[in-house]
Ligand binder design. Structure first.
Ligand SMILES: Nc1nc2c(c(=O)[nH]1)N[C@@H](CN(C=O)c1ccc(C(=O)N[C@@H](CCC(=O)O)C(=O)O)cc1)CN2
Length: 297
């Protein structure tokens, strides 16, 4: 069997089209132009690329994009003061502080300073709690949300009752991913570095979401034939004899593609959906703040 390779770029393009149409409707009917503010601290090259892409895609969807670039040594209280200004700016419906932050800044303190209504990353404890309690108004983190939308497409909406294994328990991917799959009525298991006999657990799963941070950890012989495998990993590896670093996921793609029913590539799988979901969350946040219905929920 050779797996269907899920095209994350195409899925993201479809979602961006829907977002763009919804923005046009909001502008026409309510003079409501959703606005997204992105804060970047420092000059990490990958973060700079992600922030640039967020800005471009926000503008392309007809939304207002504000970028705030702060020096790597910015004191924490200056960053908190900026978040406070953005919380009180009526043109801003969504706020995102690009992660990771430099070591001298308390990441949790900054994320908790964002108004939960504008927290389009879904990292504020209020949104974490809303997601865990099944509140439909919860802002869900963008990467797991993108994975969920791709899984819905693969299963034609029939995720109910599927055995899902999430490998990884981070606050950004693993835990919210498990909550979103639970919301879809999957039977969810969370595995992590202390899990015993991970390959055996994996072989029982209809859905595997790999967010381990360990390059190519999930092997082909761990996968149940026909299972759907979503690879969240982004690892830059320099292979012997190659000049440029290559991007690989947490899944051994060449092996898994021979066994799975469908799988995501890296690059071009989950990554592009992350930014498309950010645009979606911003539109949803703008609608909730204005008290108008949203065509994207
Ligand atoms: N505040 C946040 N910070 C970070 C998040 C996040 O969701 N919120 N996620 C990541 C970075 N990220 C978005 O911010 C992101 C990562 C990867 C991609 C992507 O499209 N990746 C491409 C490969 C790109 C490359 O060559 O590097 C792919 O997988 O095809 C988009 C967004 C951490 N920080």
């Amino acid at each position: 069997m050779t797996a269907n390779i899920i095209d994350g770029k195409a899925a993201a393009e479809r979602l961006r089209q829907q977002v763009g149409l919804e923005v046009s409707r909001l502008v026409t009917e309510y003079q409501l132009q959703p606005g997204l503010a992105v804060v970047l601290v420092g000059d990490d090259p990958a973060s700079q690329v992600y922030v640039r892409n967020k800005g471009r895609q926000t503008v392309a969807a007809g939304m207002l994009s504000l970028e705030h670039k702060l020096d790597v040594a910015v004191p924490e209280n200056e960053l908190l003061a900026l978040v406070d200004r953005l919380n009180n700016d009526p043109a801003v419906h969504g706020i995102l502080v690009q992660l990771p932050l430099p070591g001298h800044i308390d990441e949790q303190r900054v994320l908790q300073a964002i108004d939960p209504a504008k927290d389009v990353d879904g990292f504020h404890p209020a949104n974490v709690g809303r997601l865990a309690t099944g509140d439909p108004a919860a802002m869900a983190p963008c990467t797991p949300m993108g994975c969920t939308l791709m899984l819905r497409e693969q299963f034609d909406g029939a995720l109910c009752g599927q055995n899902a294994l999430v490998i990884g328990r981070s606050n950004i991917v693993g835990k919210p991913m498990a909550q979103l799959l639970l919301r879809e009525s999957c039977t969810v298991t969370i595995a992590h570095s202390r899990t015993r006999d991970l390959p055996a657990l994996c072989r029982q799963a209809d859905i595997v979401v790999a967010a381990t941070g360990r390059p190519e950890m999930v092997r082909g012989d761990w996968i149940k034939p026909g299972a759907v495998v979503i690879d969240v990993g982004i690892n830059r590896i320099r292979f012997e004899g190659e000049e440029k670093a290559r991007l690989v996921g947490d899944v051994a793609f060449d092996e898994v593609v021979e066994v799975a029913g469908a799988t995501t590539p890296v690059p071009g799988g989950v990554g592009p959906m992350t930014i498309a979901c950010l645009l979606r969350n911003t539109v949803v946040a703008a609608c909730l703040q204005r008290g108008v219905s949203c065509g994207l929920v």
